[in-house]
Design a protein around this ligand. Structure first.
Ligand SMILES: [Mg+2]
Length: 265
């Protein structure tokens, strides 16, 4: 197991433990992006967790996966285990969606469809500052249902924002249905290409492939369509719609924990 894979497993364990403690859902969405976020925080994001103005920026557009971000920030020592114990409790900034008050969180998010606009603005700001910093936006696939995403896509292509990388968690699901049934997104890659983006498709659970897709590039904004499995790592959650919202009961918690711990063993 590589360091990135170990980090992803550790993040999954944190997600299972903290969501149970807080009795909250969005667990399947959090597990879907564990490998993507483990890779980003495993050396891709320069200056992650610092206040260096030249650090790369990260926008978690699918803000309901905040717990995965907090777990990654704990992996790199920006948050503590104690911070995670307080997740969704009183007197903590660690809520179900990320706020910029949390150490290491650059942008508040949670209202879907807005992250790419924020990222495009941050990438344009980097250019105006003559800065080499890059901007990464992690979106859900169903955010591509929203017109605001395509406005931002046109803006970024028009300005040739090569420091902007959109990563799409293409798990084929959204809150109340499968994307193919609700509003079909395919052919997703061709659509982004038609909007003037450099398009790559990867296995969203392959740390090496993800890292290779996130290397610096030139000329055009890049979108990485990461094919993922919703609920990845907990067998009874995988590709199951109900785990968008459900919290774990005691029995499910122990089954889930056994599976994520088994992956780490
Ligand atoms: Mg989705």
């Amino acid at each position: 197991m590589t360091g990135c894979e170990e980090r992803a497993c550790s993040i999954r364990r944190t997600v299972v433990e903290a969501s149970r403690r807080a009795n909250v859902g969005h667990i399947g969405s959090c597990l879907s992006v564990a490998d993507l976020i483990a890779t980003l925080y495993g050396g891709i994001l320069r200056g992650a967790g610092t206040d260096d103005p030249e650090r790369d920026r990260f926008v978690l557009s699918k803000g309901h996966a905040a717990l995965t971000l907090y777990a990654a920030l704990a992996e790199i020592g920006v948050l503590t285990a104690e911070d995670l114990v307080g997740f969704c409790g009183d007197a903590t900034p660690l809520g179900a969606h990320p706020e910029h008050l949390v150490p290491g969180v650059d942008f508040s998010s949670g209202s879907l469809g807005l992250g790419l606009s924020i990222g495009a603005g941050a990438a344009l700001a980097a250019r105006l500052d003559a800065s080499a910093r890059r901007v990464f936006v992690l979106m859900s696939d169903a955010e591509c249902n929203e017109g605001s995403v395509w406005e931002a896509a046109m803006f970024a292509a028009h300005h040739r924002l090569a420091h902007l990388v959109a990563i799409i968690d293409a798990n084929g699901q959204q809150a109340l249905g499968y994307t193919a049934d609700v509003l079909d997104l395919e052919p997703l890659g061709e659509r982004w290409r038609a909007f003037g983006w450099d398009v790559l498709e990867v296995d969203g659970h392959d740390c090496g492939a993800i890292a290779a897709a996130l290397t610096p590039h030139t000329a055009l904004p890049r979108v990485v369509i990461a094919r993922t499995t919703f609920g990845k790592g907990v067998s009874f959650m995988e590709s199951r719609l109900e785990w968008h919202y459900l919290p774990l009961n005691e029995n499910e918690y122990h089954r889930a924990l056994d599976e994520v711990n088994g992956a780490l063993a």
